[in-house]
Design a protein around this ligand. Structure first.
Ligand SMILES: [Zn+2]
Length: 613
């Protein structure tokens, strides 16, 4: 070989090495992705009124970690938006390319490694070498939020990671949103149309019901599709009440007199709560529903010389409220009270703790996920609920905690429904109790019995089970509220029963007064049920006795589907008969009539069938 040939070969070799090394240098480059985002279910983790609830950490390895103290709900529809709040509608990502060649990437979101979104292809320009420095190629991507186009759900409880990374060419770092997912249960709401004789039947159309459940699903921390209500809403006509064991005709009472009005409403609260206990589904003698909504005619508040759209108790010692119309925000507001949420404008009066004045109309920012509707500059429906409102973050957080506890409220063991009235002077009046084979209990009410903190203007009431030697074997504490003119307060709730109990003690430790109810050995026996039809009324008679000689109280249930569901007709009856106007029944064909008998605690059930033709 001559020198020229050798030179050419060497030159070519050097050139090849150079190209190879440049290519190698190019391949040791990397991608860096920078993006911030937030998931939303109902309220924004970051919003202008409550400020920044999202913390951002840029880790040493280049990862971007976002965290929030707001809990998220398992199986609830979720969407991803830009962070912080003003950038919510646009999810921005910057990709820096340190390779000397252009790179194709796609952006991908995943939840605990399961991909939920992949973007289109993007071309990231190559890095340039300027002197001794490598200047990365930069691509700014703007994705229209929310992402993905259809909502996703967190499937498992506990710590959860939303991860953003690049596909095709993977980035050296990742962007994470770390959050906690909690499990809440849905809410089973039993509707009753409540009226006095002569009143029109309160209206609640299927459309109104659907609107309400929609709004509730949008604003409450509950899983998708977990709100349940009865489709067949019974109309209950009340012509008399019982107060401290004495019966009064509604027509003879001065409802517009303050104390009488409260007395009647409190009686009705307890009454409709108990009706919902005996509205069974699938199983006999197992309670099913969580909350009771009594829809009343529009002119009811005027009769009571009051103005209200909805009427709920402080400290929710009964799981029921009375409402005169069906505007979704009003229902959501009153339901909020049954989960111990306060009226926003005056925390001290309804809430726990010192009186704190909160300006009315606390702002509520959020997103109606299932309608893809941005809710901004709205006000909290726990303030006033008369217009279109949303839930504020403070109340949402409280609800998450309540509904997390609420998720563990089922029992296969016996459940006791206790009810009565606590008076300011310490006297206690008990109504008949009912013992169920299991189902839903109102655990959400049961606070730590040993807690020294007693809410202002509330009285602790202890329910104790004693065994046959008088030892306390279990204790439940509730708080009963007294407010302004109130000298008495009702309680009507379900607690787990203890089969070893021989006596139930209701203790007002404030006044050091107690009342007890013995649990006798035998359950009532219902011997037979006789059903007749006199063309205008269905007349039902039954024969029952108690082996211990206790006074009996009865409940009446109706089933139109051969025992699948039981619709309440009446409860706390003293006499063993009832007549139901056929006009109100509006049913034909085979029906079942179920009779419930309680001796004050022990409860029995028997049914008979009848053909209505
Ligand atoms: Zn209120």
């Amino acid at each position: 070989m001559d020198r020229l040939t050798i030179l050419i070969i060497i030159t070519n070799l050097i050139a090849a090495l150079l190209i190879l090394s440049i290519a190698l240098i190019g391949e040791v480059g990397y991608l860096y992705v920078n993006s911030t985002f937030q998931p939303v279910q109902v309220v924004w983790p970051s919003d202008p009124f409550y400020g920044e609830d999202v913390k951002i950490d840029r880790l040493e390895n280049g990862d971007i970690l976002l965290t929030t103290s707001l809990d998220f709900i398992a199986n609830k529809n979720t969407l991803i938006f830009g962070w912080p709040y003003p950038s919510r509608k646009e999810l921005r990502a910057t990709i820096k390319n340190y390779y000397l060649s252009p790179k194709i990437v796609r952006l991908a979101f995943s939840i605990n490694n399961e991909t939920i979104y992949v973007s289109q292809n993007y071309l990231v320009p190559p890095a340039r070498i300027e002197g001794w420095r490598i200047l990365p190629g930069v691509l700014n991507v703007s994705l229209r939020a929310p992402i993905p186009r259809t909502p996703f759900k967190f499937r498992t409880e506990g710590e959860t990671i939303i991860e953003l990374k690049t596909l095709d060419t993977s980035s050296r770092n990742k962007c994470f949103f770390r959050l906690r997912v909690v499990r809440t249960a849905g809410i089973r709401i039993y509707f009753i149309k409540l009226r006095f004789p002569g009143d029109p039947i309160p209206s609640m159309s299927h459309k109104e019901l659907a609107l309400f459940l929609d709004f509730l699903a949008a604003t409450y921390p509950v899983p998708e599709g977990s709100l349940e209500s009865n489709m067949l809403i019974p109309t209950i006509t009340i012509d008399e009440i019982s107060w401290r064991g004495v019966r009064y005709k509604i027509a003879e009472l001065q409802l517009n007199e303050s104390t009488v009005g409260i007395m009647v409403r409190d009686y009705l609260r307890n009454y409709v709560t108990k009706l919902s206990w005996i509205a069974w589904k699938n199983k006999v003698l197992k309670t099913y529903w969580d909350r009771t909504i009594a829809i009343v005619p529009h002119d009811w508040p005027r009769r009571f010389n009051q103005r209200w759209a909805g009427n709920t108790l402080k400290y929710s010692t009964t799981m029921a409220f009375i409402i005169e119309h069906t505007y979704p925000c009003v229902l959501a507001h009153e339901l909020g009270h049954t989960f111990d949420l306060s009226d926003e404008y005056h925390l001290g009066e309804y809430g726990i703790g010192p009186s704190i004045f909160i300006p009315e109309g606390r702002p509520a920012y959020g997103f109606w996920v299932n309608k893809l509707l941005d809710i901004k500059d709205s006000e909290c429906f726990m303030g006033t609920a008369t217009k279109d409102r949303w839930i504020c973050k403070l109340d949402y957080r409280k609800l998450v905690k309540k509904l997390e506890v609420h998720a563990r409220r089922f029992s296969n063991k016996e459940i006791l429904g206790v009810c009565g009235y606590l008076f300011r002077n310490g006297s206690i009046f008990l109504e008949p109790f009912y013992l169920f084979k299991g189902g839903v209990y109102d655990r959400v009410l049961l606070r730590n019995a040993s807690s020294p903190i007693i809410p202002l203007d509330a009285r602790p009431l202890d329910i104790l089970y004693e065994d046959d030697e008088g030892r306390i074997i279990e204790r439940y504490r509730i708080f009963v509220g007294f407010r302004r003119v109130r000298d008495f307060s009702p309680f009507c709730l379900r607690i787990p029963f203890n089969p070893a109990a021989k006596r139930i003690l209701i203790l007002d430790s404030w006044n050091d007064k107690a009342i007890f109810r013995n649990i006798s050995n035998y359950s009532p026996t219902i011997q037979k049920i006789v059903i007749k039809n006199n063309l205008t009324h269905l007349i039902i008679n039954w024969k029952a006795f108690d082996p211990d000689g206790d006074q009996l109280f009865y409940g009446v249930n109706l089933s139109l589907d051969d025992g699948g569901t039981w619709i309440p007709v009446a409860i706390d009856l003293r006499q063993p008969f009832i007549s139901i106007p056929l006009q109100e029944l509006k049913v034909k064909g085979k029906i079942l009539i179920g009779i419930l008998a309680t001796d004050g605690v022990n409860t029995s059930f028997r049914y008979a069938s009848y053909d209505l033709t």
